[in-house]
Design a protein around this ligand. Sequence first.
Ligand code: UD1
Ligand code: MG
Length: 413
Amino acid sequence: MRETRAIILAAGKGTRMKSQVPKVLHQVAGKPVLRYIVDVVRSLKTYVVVGHGAAQVKHAIGDSVEYVLQNKLLGTGDALRRVQPYLKSFSGTLLVLCGDTPLLEPTTVRRLMARHKQAKAAATVMTAIVRQPFGYGRIVRDAQGNFVAIREQKDAGPGEHKIHEINVGMYCFEAKAAFEALRKIKLNPKKKEYYLTDIIKLLLSCGKRVSTWTSLDESAAFGINTRQDLAQADGIIRRRILNQLMDSGVTIVDPATTYVESGCKIGTDTIIYPCTFIHRDVVIGRKCSIGPFARLRPGTRIGDATEIGNFTEVSRSRLGRQTVMKHFSFLGDAMVGNAVNIGAGAVTANYDGKDKNKTVISDGAFIGSDAVLVAPVTVGAKAVVGAGSVVKKGTRVPSGAVVVGVPARRIRG
Ligand code: UD1
Ligand code: MG
């Protein structure tokens, strides 16, 4: 089987984001835009062309992909040309994608690749019919409907402006033919860029087969260019995440006010009440009740049948089974056991101004309302911390003991 390499073009500046952060590192549902594309092509050896903010991009995305530097942003044709030295003896297929289309789904990519293989083409261009084609390269066809060229917005004639079939920016190329054609493309005089899309005409003119595949998945073409695009993509991905959770047996009472970021796991028969925010890297067990108005931050792990109620925040903490934390509480850097009661308003004071410290609350412990545990603190199994107590830094409350007051003193056990 001929091999495929994925190439993600991500060197662009993203001027319209008006940001110091490279466009592809802005987050959608808790995950950088570029990471979505990298994840879609995970099974392929992948090259990412970086330029603007290259060091930041490398740092954020990590070393599961290879990076190719494009020093000067001379266009998409030049970007692909930069990859050639890495693939000198490669004679398989190149799957070329843009780094700013987070809505792209794996099935869309698989279908494009299947189409390319079936057509035995030198190039296959993915197209879409969109309501607002402004800004995209248009797919120009002859009277018989044969694909003849891609015309960029700036270069399109009046008739061509009316074309609604657009170039999504995702292609399959036979590597040898594409690299050869890339050598011949000329700088576009208007944009002063080398257009990757110019190789289509070149391939056709030397008798190579070029095919198109029109996807019904319009969202594949949706690229992030502005903050408004970012918000729109966030809304779509968030809804996808919630739909998947509901399909897997989680109740989301009000999807419109529930935010679950990418990569969370939630067990069946858990109910998420409105106005709840669950960040990335959170795992929740079965039959839990979360919210309304709860915020679960990264690193939180919640066992089965545990209740997290209103106006609560949990961060980098692990809670066991059948534990309850129903009102106005904060747990940070805490290890909480099974069947623990966290009273209304109880908090762990995990930050001392310099370091984050840990709190351990063992099985069956009872933390009274408004208690403050100044970490590091350990509360033993079935111990009781009275309402309004302040448990001082470094305290170990023995199992079964009762402590009360400010500072908390042992009165029993
Ligand atoms: C490109 C296509 C257009 C298509 C559209 C789809 C060309 C000439 N045009 O236009 O037909 O409809 O995408 O969104 O290719 N990039 C680099 N290096 C560069 C320039 C761009 O890596 O020097 C990257 C960008 O980061 C981006 C991608 O290539 O991820 C596309 O570049 P962009 O400038 O957005 O191209 P468009 O003008 O949108
Ligand atoms: Mg673009």
